[in-house]
Design a protein. Structure first.
Length: 330
């Protein structure tokens, strides 16, 4: 049975460690693993614009020995009204995996329900789990969070500032808690994360030794944080709200003062808007690791695809650390 990666907690803590260890290995040797030799084809579908996701997945599939097939919504029958189920039934007879950047989470969940090959969430309105895998890899690389080639992230802290209701905040909650990190989300009260996702993250953190904190105070969030992270204040499709966003989120701009309180590194999934969510002096300064973070999208996604395509099927028979739940969540 195919395993999917639709949201960050579709990987158990042990599985996340396996993927991150593989990503760290691949960063050192980009061509050591080629599970797609043949070449086998991976469908990479875009309903939204993309730079880093497109380049990293297309390059990654090629480096894994495969053939990346990019499908745009506007040029596919899916964009002209064909059902997700019918499109999926066709694709899974021809490709080895499907990567999809789309809108509502329910769309990719429907695809996974009909797929016989792995389905990977390349961004939805609710989650951006591939980005968070790359961010965890980056934090491990830059903060000494490595042990025997693995990412040793448990006990470290991650502070996210800005729109707590967006897909990045949701993925940091789930992915950070899975890694055993202390996740702090600083946002206006009007832009807090989805309560259900907060509850899921808190439940995971109870098992991994991490924690979840929601606050309106950016200084509280960043003090002593291993990593300080932000995202654009206006997500794709919300560009008309730019003026309101600047007023609402201005207290959450990542500044040199906040970075001094942290003493940690700075991450941003990009694109960044200097002078808005982050000052130029921070993103272009010595604490910034955003370019390594962007490169790690390539390594983390290659590792994820490799793991999904070569993992031990015993996990789906309940012989792993926990039995698989519907959709691959555990």
């Amino acid at each position: 049975m195919a395993r999917h990666f639709l949201r960050d907690d579709d990987l158990t803590p042990a599985e996340q460690k396996q993927v991150l260890a593989l990503a760290l290995e691949m960063a050192g040797d980009r061509f050591a693993h080629q599970p797609l030799v043949g070449p086998r084809t991976v469908a990479i579908m875009f309903d939204k614009s993309s730079t880093r996701t497109r380049v990293s997945f297309v390059t990654g599939v090629a480096e894994l020995g495969g053939s990346p097939m990019v499908l745009e919504a506007a040029s596919s029958q899916l964009g002209r009204g064909e059902s997700i189920a019918d499109t999926t039934r066709v694709l899974t007879r021809m490709v080895s995996a499907i990567v999809w950047r789309t809108f509502g989470q329910e769309r990719i969940a429907e695809m996974a329900a009909h797929a016989t090959v792995p389905v990977v969430n390349a961004l939805t309105d609710e989650f951006h789990p591939c980005q968070v895998l790359a961010d965890l890899q980056t934090i491990a690389q830059h903060t000494g969070g490595l042990a025997d080639g693995e990412a040793a992230l448990a006990g470290r802290s991650l502070a996210y500032l800005g729109d707590g209701a967006n897909n990045m905040a949701h993925s940091y909650l789930l992915g950070g808690a899975t890694a055993g990190m202390h996740v702090r989300i600083a946002s206006p009260a009007t832009h807090r994360p989805d309560p259900g996702i907060v509850a899921d993250a808190a439940a995971i953190a109870q098992r991994t030794g991490g924690s979840v904190t929601l606050t309106e105070d950016p200084r509280e969030a960043v003090t002593g944080a291993t990593a300080v992270i932000t995202d654009t204040w206006v997500s794709m499709g919300q560009e008309g709200e730019d003026g309101r966003g600047q007023q609402t989120f201005a207290p959450y701009q990542v500044t040199d003062e906040l970075m001094e309180l942290s003493g940690g590194i700075f991450l941003h999934c990009l694109p960044a808007y200097r002078g808005k969510e982050v000052s130029s002096s921070v993103i272009d300064g010595p604490a910034s690791v955003v370019w390594d973070e962007a490169e790690n999208r390539l390594h983390a996604q290659k590792a994820l695809l490799t793991w999904l395509l070569t993992r031990d099927d015993r996990d789906d028979r309940g012989e792993g650390d926990e039995a698989a739940a519907p959709g691959g969540r555990r």
